[in-house]
Design a protein around this ligand. Sequence first.
Ligand code: AHR
Length: 336
Amino acid sequence: MSHSKHKRISVVGALAATALMALAACSSGGSTGTTTSGAAAGSGDKLITVGFSQVGSESGWRAANTKDIQETLTKENGFDLKFSDAQQKQENQIQAIRTYIAQGVDVIAFSPVVESGWDAVLEEAKAAKIPVVLTDRAVDSKDTSLYVTFLGSDFIKEGKAAGDWAVTEFGDKPTNIVELQGTTGSAPANDRMAGFKEAIASHTNLKIIASQTGNFTRSEGKTVMEGFLQANPSIDLVFAHNDDMGLGAIEAIEAAGKVPGKDIKIVTVDAVHDGMQALADGKINFIAECSPLLGQQLADVVKQVMAGKTPEKRIITTETTFTQEQAKAALPTRKY
Ligand code: AHR
């Protein structure tokens, strides 16, 4: 990209002042916690500067995703990665994106905490001629020119895989299901719920009797499950939108004197190490995989964009599902 930093800042105009204040806050330990790796000014080939705004550190999945991105977009691989953790707050992500615009990075990448409310900041990036790559999660902007591509999982398919498993597992038996939802308004929560409901729609014996967000965290999953157990004496199945909430549910079920995986079955999404261990141990019954290893795809897409190429508008991650037996076999070589 040949656009100069000065040109970008002049396009952004008045917004730059606000963003530069945010930048000052970040570099002095502000709430978004922006860090940079591999700057190496003046040495060798020009590095591609990528500003990445991460959702937070809510789950094992997120930890693996952050590690993979930081280990892939390195100086050795040609990148100067500026990384910030939004602590699951949209306002922090917007602030981080404005900071990256003001800094004049080559590419902005981010995993949007929720689907809505991005148009204004994405228009600012577009006006500054900085390409935006959506990783992991989608936005619901009607104007798809605001981002170059969206790379990540098919969350509807994951929810559907969980629902299909429930249909096979419970057959015609009357089944009470409780749902631990991900962050309200996030793409994975919206889509996994939709996919699961679609899969069980024609099986009226399968009933979702309670749904509540556990915000993708283990602690909130546990708290919400405790409430479900108190309010509902006969729960047959937990559908947790991620492993961490499923692991929280296991703690609540055991504390209530029941056996997870037997008295109450559990189906989750992710297949991170702790979830796979619980699956192999018989405490979770089935997992639909969601891969956090998006670093290489992101690196490839950024290099394509910098070479003036147009990547596919939607890049879908390849994924599978795991039974308890498959988890036992996969665990020894699992990377995360
Ligand atoms: O966006 C991916 C989801 O976010 C993962 O399934 C969940 O664990 C994470 O918090």
